[in-house]
Ligand binder design. Structure first.
Ligand code: SAM
Ligand code: SF4
Length: 343
């Protein structure tokens, strides 16, 4: 028992099933819109962040997260913004860890830029976190500094080291950018696999206004895959996460490589996930503007039953699929930034 242990749901209510018969078992929670980096594809250089009162408090985040667990969510991912810059976030993660110990939750994970991992890796492991995704698009210090507008790749490397020393399994996430890291991608994969880490490549998604022209940054992963296959053997592996990632094993390195292609593939039929923003808005589809305001429900004094009813209502209306397009000079397909929704 830890000081954070409190009763976890013993009684399961009806699982969350949407209007198309898909079970929702995966929740991503963005705990902040803030970040210590300003990746060019994610944020504008001068972002206006939300006032504190708009954010769910740590207690509110715990309440909503726990309600989802009681409704059958088995996997919970904490994200942001940069989740580890939110003050007190380790307390929240440790509290959510009680659902792991009770067997109600299978996995509690984190997506992070890695800059704070050196300080937090040990506490994450103590809370029951076993795997983390660390976003890193390049290992080159100059390019990293430019892409993140000021970040220090050495700090992330120290974070990776600390994560492994704490026994955390690490997966690297890298956004594929036509002009910036395209040539480095094979090196990045070989390096990650050499260090015993999986790596997933991500296509840029049209979310939020940023200065750069997305059509120039966009690099099709179909193209990347074709190039990799000219010198490596990529063997499909049937690892389905219910999300947009497809996995292969690179025979030559022995490591796993994922491709997240939200623009060129339709993965919606098997979608098992929903997202909660740091302001308590529930999005049941990354690619649509559907939204339910759970903060309003919480702050109107709803009890747990009413909160769960609101969640069920939102999930019931989960759209069948999304409709992303990247068009030159077009407005972003969605106005919200990834940092608000949670990647
Ligand atoms: N700050 C953490 C990080 O960077 O891992 C967590 C939040 S970040 C929004 C989650 C993921 O979204 C990162 O892997 C990032 O590279 C990716 N991302 C951000 N903006 C994106 C975009 N426009 N298209 C595709 N991926 C994006
Ligand atoms: Fe921050 Fe992650 Fe967005 Fe980069 S991708 S600016 S690290 S939230």
């Amino acid at each position: 028992m830890t000081p954070y242990d409190a009763p976890s749901p013993q009684v399961r209510t009806e699982p969350l099933i949407d209007g198309f018969g898909r079970a929702v078992t995966y929740l991503r929670v963005s705990v902040t819109d803030r970040c210590d980096l300003r990746c060019v594809y994610c944020m504008a250089e001068h972002m206006t962040f939300l006032p504190k009162k708009d954010l769910l408090s740590l207690e509110e985040l715990d309440r909503v997260g726990s309600a989802f667990v009681e409704l059958g969510v088995r996997k919970l991912r904490i994200t942001g913004g940069e989740p580890l810059v939110r003050k007190g976030v380790m307390g929240l993660i440790a509290r959510l860890g009680r659902h792991l110990r009770a067997g109600a939750l299978e996995e509690l994970t984190l997506t992070t830029n890695g800059t704070q991992l050196e300080a937090f890796a040990g506490q994450l492991a103590d809370a029951g976190v076993r795997r983390v995704n660390v976003s890193m698009d390049t290992r080159k210090p100059d390019l990293f500094r430019r892409l993140t507008r000021g970040g220090d790749v050495a700090k992330v490397m120290r974070g990776l080291q600390a994560a492994r020393e704490a026994g955390l399994q690490v997966k690297i996430n890298a956004v594929a950018l036509a002009q910036d890291n395209a040539a480095e991608i094979p090196d990045l994969i070989a390096w990650a696999h050499g260090e015993g880490m999986d790596i997933t490549l991500i296509e840029t998604m049209p979310l939020g206004e940023v200065e750069a022209d997305r059509t120039e940054q966009f690099l099709s992963l179909k193209e990347v895959r074709r190039e990799l296959e000219s010198f490596w053997t990529l063997q499909d592996i049937p690892l389905s996460t219910g999300g947009p990632a497809r996995y292969v094993r690179v025979a030559e390195t022995g490591g796993r490589l994922g491709f997240i292609t939200p623009l060129s593939h339709n993965f919606c039929e098997a979608c098992n996930r929903v997202r909660l923003t740091c302001t308590g808005t529930l999005h049941t589809c990354l690619g649509r503007e559907d939204a339910s305001d759970l903060r309003a429900v919480l702050r109107a004094g709803a009890d747990d039953a009413a909160l769960k009813d609101a969640i069920r209502l939102a999930v019931d209306a989960k759209p069948k699929g999304h409709d992303f397009r990247i068009e030159r000079a077009a407005a972003p397909a969605l106005a919200r930034h990834m940092s608000t929704t949670g990647g």
